[in-house]
Design a protein around this ligand. Structure first.
Ligand SMILES: [Zn+2]
Length: 88
């Protein structure tokens, strides 16, 4: 089997996305990409008065996640999180 045969577009992950993002995320644990601290999302610092909502690391203050919404969509910036562990 060729590598090209294994490559699909993002629509192939639709079921996985529905499964992963259907859970309560405040109990998910994430790793700060800046300092390596691991914390539950419910324990991070949230600034809701910024343009959108900004989540910051409780240890170093680095931005972990930005969420900006409009009437019909949301933008999610998670570049400050190395990984996110979501428990079922
Ligand atoms: Zn940090």
């Amino acid at each position: 089997m060729e590598e090209e045969d294994l490559k699909l577009d993002g629509n192939a992950a639709a079921g996985l996305f529905r499964e992963v993002f259907a859970f309560e995320l405040t109990s998910a644990r994430g790793r700060c990409d800046n300092c390596g601290a691991v914390a539950e999302i419910g324990a991070v610092m949230v600034y809701a008065n910024a343009p959108g909502t900004v989540l910051r690391c409780p240890k170093c203050g680095a931005v972990l996640m930005r969420i900006v919404g409009s009437e019909d969509r949301h933008w999610l910036d998670v570049r400050g999180i190395t990984w996110l562990e979501i428990r079922e």
